[in-house]
Design a protein around this ligand. Sequence first.
Ligand code: ZN
Length: 76
Amino acid sequence: MHIKSAKIKECPYCGSRKITTGIQAGYAAVSTGRFFGSSSPLVHDICTQCGAILLTRVDRLDVFQAKYEKQKMKED
Ligand SMILES: [Zn+2]
């Protein structure tokens, strides 16, 4: 499941509804820490009024879901 549009409708800091998304990729990607290639860009919901980052999430859920599944197998 990919979340492409902003879920937050109003900035809790300034009350603005002018919210858009930004992508943080390249060296700033979040990785699973296991091997190269298993990483995801970050998606931020950004208030265009005050610049606050309202929510940060990974764009590629599958990478982290796969890691979680492996983690779970070890625990069982
Ligand atoms: Zn704001």
